[in-house]
Design a protein around this ligand. Structure first.
Ligand SMILES: [Zn+2]
Length: 107
């Protein structure tokens, strides 16, 4: 009976030792996932940057990018946040408007 009791105690102690390790492993896994997502995001941004050229105050795609028109795109949104936002013609020729920038400014 003592042997059984010692076995149960041993298993319980192992469980106590394993539990924090399992928690650490889960946290490392979560962090790994977040880093993987961030890497993909940065790769996408680098990919976009390699496919645009600045003409005047806006960017245009130099090669097709799935899901996007050829431009023009807001230079500020691409330079600051790495995203392509279609620029709209402004009231004055040669000037462009960006709905996202306008929203950010008024937020
Ligand atoms: Zn913008």
């Amino acid at each position: 009976m003592k042997k059984l009791w010692d076995g149960i105690k041993g298993i319980y102690q192992l469980h106590l030792q394993i539990a924090p390790l399992m928690k650490e492993l889960a946290e490392a896994h979560k962090e790994n996932e977040a880093l993987r997502l961030r890497l993909r995001e940065l790769e996408t941004k680098a990919d976009i940057r390699s496919k645009v050229e600045l003409r005047g105050r806006v960017y245009y795609l130099t090669e097709p990018l799935k899901g996007y028109s050829e431009g023009p795109f807001c230079a500020l949104c691409l330079d600051e946040d790495g995203i392509l936002i279609t620029a709209m013609p402004g009231a004055v020729a040669g000037y462009w408007r960006c709905r996202r920038c306008e929203r950010k400014r008024h937020a």
